[in-house]
Each structure stands twice: as C-alpha cells, then as structure tokens.
Write a protein that binds this ligand. Sequence first.
Ligand SMILES: [Zn+2]
Length: 352
Amino acid sequence: MAADELLIDAHTHIEPQYAEMALRVMDRSGVACSVNLGWEDAYGEKLLKMLSVFSRWPNRFAQLCNIDWRAVDRPDFGSRAADALEAAVEAGAKGLKIFKNLGLAVRLKDGELLRVDDRRLDPVFERAGRLGVTVLIHTADPCWFWRPIGPDNFWSGVLEGQYARWSYYRTGMPCREELLGERDNLLARHPGTRFVSPHLASLADDPLTFAETLEAHPNLYADISARLPTMVRTPQRKEIWREILIRFSDRILFGTDLIFIDPDVATGIQSQSFQRPGDLDLQGLSIEQSYEKTSVDYTAAHVKFLGSAELQPEAPFRRQKGSFALQGLGLPKNALEKILYHTPKRVYGIEN
Ligand SMILES: [Zn+2]
C-alpha cells in the first residue's frame, strides 16, 4: 500500500480476544495502526495482558493505559496514579486515556463527583508531560445529551432505549459548561502536557468555540471520532468545519471509535454506528463476518467523508429516524494526509 494511502485510526476500543478481527478490519480499511484506548480497565494485570497480546503485531496497535480510580480517596492518589502511568509507559503504553467518567461518575467517599480539574490529579498530568506521552481526555458530551429527548433532538435515535442512560436531562448531573470549563482549566494549568480531546473536543455543535479553544491552548489536539453527522447537519456548518479542519490539520486526528468488545460483537453490527438489524441487509453473514463488514463500511464512510465531496445517502450513522445522508468535506490532499496519518503518528509516537 502506498504511503499516501495509509491511515492511523486514533480512537478504537479493542479487547484482546478481538485483536485478529480488528486486524482484518484494519487490513481491509488501509489502517496501518489503531490507537487502542481500553475500556476503563486498561491498568495493572489487564494492561499487561493487552500489551503482550497486541505486541504480537509490531506497530499495528498503540495501546493507551487507563486510571484505576478505586483508591481515589487516598491522599497520595495523584502521585500513585502518576507512578502507575510511568510504569505503564515503561511497559509499552503510548499514553493515557481518561474516560468521561471523570466529571460525571468518579465519586469521592463523601459522594461528591471528582472535578475534572481537581488539584489531586495534577501529578498525573505533570508526569505525562515529563514523559512526553499524550493524555486523551474525554470530557462532557454533545449538548443534545442535556436536552429533552424528542423529534427536535439530533441525537434522539441514540438517546432512546438502550442508550437512555446517556441522557443527562433533568438528572442533576453537572452541566456541560461546568465540565468544559474545568477541562479548559486543566489545559491552561499544564501547558507542557499534550492533550487530545476526542469527539471534536465535545464542541461538534459549536465549531467557532472549537477553533477558539484550539487557539487558546496550543497543547490541545482533537479527534473527529463519532461526530461526523453533527459536522454537516446543515450546509453552512459543513463549510465552517471544512475550513477549520484545513486550518488545524496539524492538530486534528482521524478516529472512528470502533468498538470490539463482547456485548457489542454479539449484535453483528458495529455498535458505534448505532444501527439496528432492520437498518441494513446483512446477506446471511455469520455474526463475526457481519461485525467485520459493518466495521469496514463504517471506517470507509469516514475516509470518504473527509476525502471526497460526494453525498453518502445511506451513511452508517443512525440519527433520529434511520441512517444519515452524509455530505463529504472533500478536503485538499495536504490537510487530508495530515489528519489521516501524519498528525496521529506524531501525537502518539507511532513508528509505522
Ligand atoms: Zn471511544
């Protein structure tokens, strides 16, 4: 495969038992390397197992580690978590992934939610900076998760049913502005640490604030995963996002958020697409073949979205009622290659 066709998928969740399935998807999609974020449990023994399994295919996977929050009440939690990060990096981890549970679920003994910018976590971010490894930190969610669910909610097709738990509407959870403000405090407090904020920094609905946030924080990068339909909700938004992706192509990473874990593979449909069995024709494939095919299709839809200006009338992203017509951005070659390959390669120190 020509170097200019290679991709790095900077956002995936692959359990070790699905390494070979993920590799088949990568090979069929032109993905040279997948950054594997874990599933909140990539620490200790589990992390070592992941590193040992994925290292069987050198340079095809870049494994991140997670934080074990169970001892969060210990006064030395921050320095212990920093030491755990350093040990993980020595064992082969390429960075740290912090899930959105920081701010929304990790609680102290007194029941209070740990804040995203809590000072006790400072040693972790300082150590990441000193080690030169990237911190991928997911904070908050799309604005729609705080709004009533109904026909006017762009995410209603996802927030119903099995994903109802993702809705924060009237649940008493912190609001988005609190969480994103705390994240921005963190970015300002640790200028020597490189952060990636996934899902367009939770600002997919607000491209101008996204651009201003990248301008204000030179240590901030963002991946595009799981937010494509939002970017092109209207033709005007599409134009604004296109311009922003070109302007910040040194700081924007390609990513799909592909998921390969037990409960999801069993559905036979790449779960990140949020599609349902009635949405597509699976042509009598086995569950595994079908999961593989829908994962390949999902990745291809991303690449086509970025690189071509074509409309994908039935793109594999469920929104509101059924699938979504995805208008492509048609990025120029230079910006496209940076986003697909060079920027993720640099940010995660990938040797591929
Ligand atoms: Zn993810």
